[in-house]
Design a protein around this ligand. Structure first.
Ligand SMILES: *Cc1c(COP(=O)(O)O)cnc(C)c1O
Length: 430
């Protein structure tokens, strides 16, 4: 494969954009490569500006669960655009979208649309603080909730540590209000609540962790978070920006049958356009302006193009009876194939999968259930694996600590292709 045009494009981009990208992971830094610049995509195939083609298993980091440029979504966007792109006034699109979400996501009684997952989580936490009149926030090491200040906090050496900012620019004051616990470790949560329970407004959690690689919750974990928050009068926020509409119509809360107070959504809900949402119990959501005191707003929130795309996406999901069964079938086939490849090549690894999200960790550990275990992965090996995959026409996340996404558009041939590449790469890694 030739990457000349992408190399030139990256040089040029770096002159006027910090690091040449508008989101850091796109720079391929952790795999030490020049990023490929995309020209177009359709279905499961991405074409870069050098004309190389890849079968896409990243799906724009999750949103494209029907593949790229789906006809129904394109038609909805086009139809909306012809009537104007933004009004800054209510439209019926927004109500239709809200009704669909309320119908699909079990714990959501009312919902507010925003423009990204980050905006959704920031707003949900403000609302939780306003509702409980408390400042503290519990998050989990290795969970990602967008780039809001409160979420950019490292875990300290122990579980019960005051947060330290993870990025310059996050103030100590903000960090002071974020407490970090360990994923899948209820004791670390209980310890925080014993000490700070009356200060804690909410726990925010990825019900399936997707941002330290895929790490499933234990059965007891999510249920335990529900019990602890109930006990202390704190709110439980499920960050379903990845899991929403991916694991089930009602997301992880339906999949695991644990109901949060607030839910944040993004990615799939925008049908490939920039959208986020947060919703939940009516009594909490009614704290929002203009009927309540908690302020949150957006010039482009509920944008007609974004709503049209999102509605088309949710209608596609609702109108495809075998949707989740097919995702599960394909993803299970992929998992089984990769497990065989690991065994036949003798490469050590752990595969974590929940529904259509999955990660192959290059590790000598027997399991990955927490950030600490995920961090033991061999990222150099992953970088080599990524390079071999890319050069064989398979597009996956340029980092060990991300998910692979199976979409409804993937064919059995696509799955066979990634399994072939996987086997070849594992043989060379051995
Ligand atoms: C991607 C992601 C976000 C942030 O969404 P953006 O649209 O990138 O701001 C928040 N939470 C989770 C779990 C995510 O995966």
């Amino acid at each position: 494969m030739q990457f000349t045009k992408s190399i030139d494009a990256f040089k040029r981009a770096q002159q006027s954009i910090p690091g040449g990208v508008n989101s850091p992971v796109r720079a391929f830094k952790s795999v030490n490569l020049n990023p490929v610049f995309i020209q177009k995509a359709k279905g499961t195939v991405i074409t870069d500006i050098d004309g190389n083609q890849y079968i896409d298993f990243l799906a724009s980091w999750g949103p494209l669960i029907f593949g790229h440029a789906h006809e129904a979504i394109l038609a909805a966007i086009t139809e909306a655009a012809q009537k104007g792109t933004s009004y800054g006034a209510p439209t019926e699109y927004e109500t239709v979208m809200a009704e669909l979400i309320v119908e699909m996501v079990p714990s959501i009684e009312k919902v507010r649309m925003v423009n990204s997952g980050t905006e959704a989580t920031m707003s949900a936490v403000r609302l939780a603080r306003g509702f409980t009149k408390r400042d503290g926030l519990v998050k989990f090491a290795g969970n990602y909730h967008g780039h809001g200040d409160s979420f950019l906090i490292h875990a300290g050496s122990g579980a019960i540590t005051l947060g330290l900012p993870d990025s310059p620019g996050v103030t100590l004051g903000t960090a002071h209000d974020t407490f970090t616990a360990e994923y899948n470790n209820l004791d670390s949560v209980r310890a925080l609540f014993r000490e700070k329970g009356k200060e804690i407004a909410a726990i925010i959690v990825e019900p399936v962790s997707g941002n330290m690689g895929v790490v499933p919750p234990t059965k007891e974990f999510l249920q335990g978070l529900r019990t602890i928050t109930n006990e202390y009068g704190a709110l439980l926020i499920f960050d379903e920006v990845i899991t929403g509409f991916r694991l089930a119509k009602g997301g992880a809360q339906e999949y695991f049958d644990v109901m949060p107070d607030l839910t944040t959504l993004g990615k799939i809900i925008g049908g490939g356009l920039p959208v986020g949402a947060y919703g939940g119990r009516k009594d909490i959501m009614d704290m929002l302006a203009p009927i309540g005191p908690v302020y949150q707003a957006g010039t482009l929130s509920g944008n007609p193009l974004a709503m049209a795309a999102g509605i088309a996406m949710l209608k596609l999901i609702n109108g495809t009876p075998d949707f989740y069964a097919e995702l599960e079938r394909k993803a299970a086939k992929l998992e089984a194939g990769m497990r065989n490849n690991l065994v036949s090549t003798g490469v050590k690894g752990v595969i974590n999968r929940v529904g259509s999200m999955m990660t192959l960790f290059f590790t000598n550990e027997n399991q990955v259930t927490s950030l600490a275990e995920a961090m033991k992965s061999d990222t150099k090996k992953y970088a080599e694996y990524f390079k071999m995959s890319l050069e064989s026409g398979i597009y996956i996340a340029p980092s060990q600590f991300e998910s692979l996404f199976v979409s409804y558009a993937h064919t059995d041939k696509d799955i066979d292709a990634i399994l072939d590449t996987n086997l070849k790469a594992l043989k060379q890694l051995h």
